[in-house]
Design a protein around this ligand. Structure first.
Ligand code: XMP
Length: 512
């Protein structure tokens, strides 16, 4: 495996992605705890990330000595290059303004990183983003690529197998970057590149069995891809020691509950408790119009219901969660000294502490698209694997104003028509998320010879890569008119449909 030491770059996760794409397992550790991670992982190579600090500052982050003196191959990126240089006896200088954006490097010498990729005399595009720069390279190094702004764009000490670059190979703006990284992990570190999801599945199953023993595990199933994959994997490991709890608060999409229960209980034979908590949720939501109040009530009620069910099942000491890698990577913090913050999974925050249970989180090392690959590997049907994200508070945050049973029913019908049309137009997979919002606004219309005075429905569809930013999806010309006609004809209570073209930012994806 490869250990990635994080010095706080915004793009450190991309390094992990590139290494895994090369078929090699990698983990990220913040520089403060990298020595522990090193001892635990016993990696075959080290990558040192970029970061916002300056090695010239007094308390700047350093490469732990055990790592620096390990004799393992190392690749330093940006700050990583500067830290290597300074700690190995070279010199780093403050930049005047720095260098940001696209640049071209010329290849000046052969280097193991260039195998089958770059040859001497060629020029290649890279992405620079740095303030300080290396002024004097450390003993043993020589430059192998340079640019007008960066004479030491790439430096190498082939004897010690230490390489360092001023630019960022992990971003897409360095077109050959992933191949440079692949050459490092495969040629230089000699790793075979055979890390696969099949191997991960087998290893995780063994790990879950070892952790759980004969204990009981409960898993909150939402129907989303993360909890579905986690439940399947755990079931494969420990069979009926796992019980799934599916809380139905009446704020799910049309057909969702039937699909989840049918698949997990019916098809996979996994013990599943389907909690019908519609009354509890709807009664509690009566009169609540503030978005945050809705979210808080739903979050708290979900936990109450889940806890009550867990107590009924009894004897479970483990709680399974579909936590993903981006949720657990410790973020490097410079403002609060050497402390680290761990993001908590926003859907189930507080549950494990309150219930005093041990966590089983078999997806902790995976990125979202890797979870999908694992889901396919486990035979999870495509409708689950490729499902759009759906928020925990469900339809309740898609009904501005008061949430009632009747409004949920109206929204469910309209939303189902919208999604059915998206699927039959073959657009589902091109969209990150599509949904309808039922507005607390009534407008006048005419149907037949009668006057109507009914709700407005807003349709929304966005593209996104991670949900952090999003663009409105542009449907082909006749799509929205067709959906509008269907919804108004088929759903009583709606007489007008609009489309939301707001991107994020400035909007958010959900309306509340
Ligand atoms: P926003 O509305 O903040 O949403 O742009 C970004 C993404 O997060 C989803 N979302 C949630 N997911 N629990 C969830 O599991 C929540 O409370 C929640 N709120 C928003 C939203 O659907 C989008 O994919």
């Amino acid at each position: 495996s490869i250990l990635i030491v994080d010095f706080g770059s915004q793009v450190t996760q991309l390094i992990a992605r590139r290494v895994r794409e090369a078929g090699v397992y990698s983990e990220i550790a913040p520089f403060q705890s990298a020595a522990d991670a090193f001892a635990r992982m016993q990696p075959r190579g080290i990558i040192l990330s970029g970061g916002p600090a300056s090695v010239l500052d007094e308390h700047s982050p350093r490469i732990p000595d055990t790592i620096l003196n390990s004799g393992l191959p190392m690749l330093g990126i940006c700050y990583g290059q500067q830290a290597l240089t300074q700690q190995l006896g070279g010199r780093v200088e403050k930049g005047m303004g720095g260098e940001f954006g696209e640049a071209f490097v010329s290849v000046d010498a052969t280097c193991a990183l260039f195998d089958g990729l770059w040859t001497e005399g060629e020029r290649h595009q890279v992405w620079m983003s740095h303030g300080d720069h290396v002024a004097e390279i450390a003993p043993g190094f020589h430059p192998v690529a340079s640019s007008p702004g960066a004479p030491f764009a790439i430096i190498a000490d082939e004897a010690r197998r230490i390489y360092a670059m001023q630019f960022h190979p992990e971003v897409v703006h360095t077109p050959d970057g992933s191949k440079l990284i692949a050459n490092f992990v495969r040629h230089v570190c000699g790793l075979p590149g055979d890390w696969s999801m099949a191997g991960f599945r087998a290893a995780k199953i063994a790990e879950i069995r070892a952790q759980v023993g004969v204990g009981k595990v409960i898993c909150g199933l939402s129907g989303g891809v993360d909890s579905s994959v986690a439940a399947l994997l755990i079931h494969e490991a420990i069979g009926d020691q796992l019980t799934c709890v599916f809380v139905d608060g009446g704020i799910l999409r049309a057909g969702e509950a039937e699909q989840v229960v049918g698949l997990f209980r019916g098809h996979y034979n996994i013990p599943l408790v389907h909690v019908q908590a519609q009354d509890l949720f709807m009664d509690g939501l009566a009169g609540v119009t503030d978005p945050e109040a809705k979210r808080k009530f739903i979050g708290k009620t979900f936990i109450d219901v889940f806890e009550a069910e867990a107590n009924k099942i009894g004897g479970a000491e483990f709680l399974a969660q579909g936590t993903l890698y981006p949720d657990v990577i410790e973020s490097v913090s410079f403002t609060g000294g050497p402390s680290v913050t761990i993001k908590s999974h926003h859907n189930v925050g507080g549950l494990p502490e309150r219930m005093n249970m041990k966590l089983v989180e078999p997806l902790r090392e995976l990125f979202k698209d890797e979870v999908r690959v694992l889901g396919r590997e486990l035979g999870l049907p495509d409708v689950f694997v490729g499902r759009h994200p759906f928020p925990g508070p469900g339809l309740a945050i898609r009904i501005p104003g008061e949430v009632t049973r009747e409004r949920c029913d109206i929204l469910r019908k309209a939303d189902a028509i919208y999604l059915e049309e998206i699927r039959s137009a073959g657009l589902y997979d091109a969209i990150w998320q599509a949904f309808a919002v039922l507005l607390p606004v009534r407008t006048v219309g005419v149907m037949g010879d009668a006057r109507t005075y009914d709700h407005v429905l807003a349709l929304r569809a966005v593209t996104s890569t991670d949900g952090m930013t999003a663009q409105a999806f542009s449907f082909p010309g006749d799509f929205l008119p067709r959906v509008t006609t269907r919804i108004i004809n088929e759903v009583r209570g709606i007489n007008r449909v609009t489309y939301d073209y707001t991107s994020k930012p400035p909007g958010t994806i959900e309306w509340e």
